[in-house]
Ligand binder design. Structure first.
Ligand code: PRT
Ligand code: ZN
Length: 285
């Protein structure tokens, strides 16, 4: 049987979460340090450990069937591959930044200015759409030092906490794109590999659904049961069990984490007590 070949980043911001996702999907493998490849012992999958910048090219050429990279790298490399799934980790944004003391007037500031970036393709596309022409200098790393050494008047770089900009005397002024890790696939998968991809996707989706949802248990006075149930839209409908104490029951339900926080005050007002929120490992709808 053919193996699905999946390219993941060898070491960097995507590596740990990419491997964790496969482990949570029940896929076992041994990735010793410095290994270039790893086979799974219980799923027809083989991992290739590569630099993230090389992954889109390998997927386009069919050397890897799948890959995990940031959306920023997928768009910048312009290689042919399908984005199959957003994975929810390595979230960041690609932003324009200028010296902190500058009185920023708006995007027109960048007209005719010099900008340093490692993402010339995305930046050119963005500026073109906004009708701005800038002088773009492509540099491969340490973009944030460019204004300080007189190389550029602004930069376009990845930001997550913002502390790199801050410590280099810069401020973020425009978001060019938001990014997160995505699963990409070759456009030329055989039927057998498409089938394997579907099996893998089913597992990934169960893990991601589990992360977005919580199992909630609470005690409710019988009088306000209807109100409390209306605040807990479950997978089908909540489970209600009588408590030993007369007039009370226990209500169990699955709820989106955001919905839970939005409804917590109303639940407490309706008399809910002893509320427990429990993580879900896998969730299959
Ligand atoms: O060696 P290899 O080429 O494989 O890795 P790499 O060094 O090119 O990439 P890596 O591991 O740094 O990032 C991989 C992917 O993680 C990126 O393509 C993004 O999609 C995503 N990501 C998420 C980030 C960040 N957060 C991030 N903070 N990528 C880079 N940064 C850098 C940014 O370039 C800047 O220097 O961190 C700095 C900003 O961080 P803050 O927190 O100070 O704002
Ligand atoms: Zn890289």
């Amino acid at each position: 049987m053919a193996n699905l070949k999946v390219a993941v980043q060898k070491s960097g911001r995507l590596s740990e979460d990419s491997l964790k996702l496969f482990k949570e999907c029940g896929i076992k493998f041994n990735n010793g340090a410095k290994k270039l490849k790893a086979h799974s012992s219980n799923f027809p999958i083989e991992f290739l450990f590569l630099r993230d910048d090389d992954i889109p090219g390998y997927v386009e050429d069919g050397i890897a069937d799948l890959g995990i990279i940031g959306e920023n790298v997928h768009l910048e490399k312009e290689k042919s591959a399908d984005v199959i799934k957003k994975l929810g980790f390595s979230k960041c944004r690609l932003s324009l930044a200028v010296p902190r003391e500058l009185d920023y007037p708006g995007l027109e500031y960048f007209q005719g200015k010099s900008l340093a970036t490692s993402y010339p393709v995305i930046l050119k596309g963005y500026l073109k759409e906004k009708g701005i022409t800038s002088d773009i200098h492509e540099i491969s790393g340490s973009v944030e030092i460019a204004p300080g050494i007189g190389l550029a008047e602004g930069i376009c770089d990845i930001v997550s906490s913002g502390s790199t900009l801050l410590s280099n005397g810069l401020k973020e002024v425009e978001t060019v794109m938001k990014s997160e890790a995505v699963l990409i696939a070759s456009k030329n998968l055989t039927d057998e590999k498409k089938e394997l991809l579907n099996r893998l996707l089913f597992r990934i989706e169960s893990v991601l659904e589990g992360l977005n949802n919580k199992y909630v248990l609470l005690n409710a006075p019988k009088d306000s049961l209807d109100e409390i149930i209306s605040l807990l839209p479950g997978m089908r409908s909540p489970t209600v069990l009588p408590l030993a104490e007369e007039g009370w029951c226990s209500v169990h339900s699955v709820i989106k984490e955001d919905d839970f926080w939005n409804n917590i005050e109303k639940l407490r007002k309706a008399g809910a007590q002893g509320i427990l929120v429990v993580p879900i490992e896998k969730m299959i709808n």
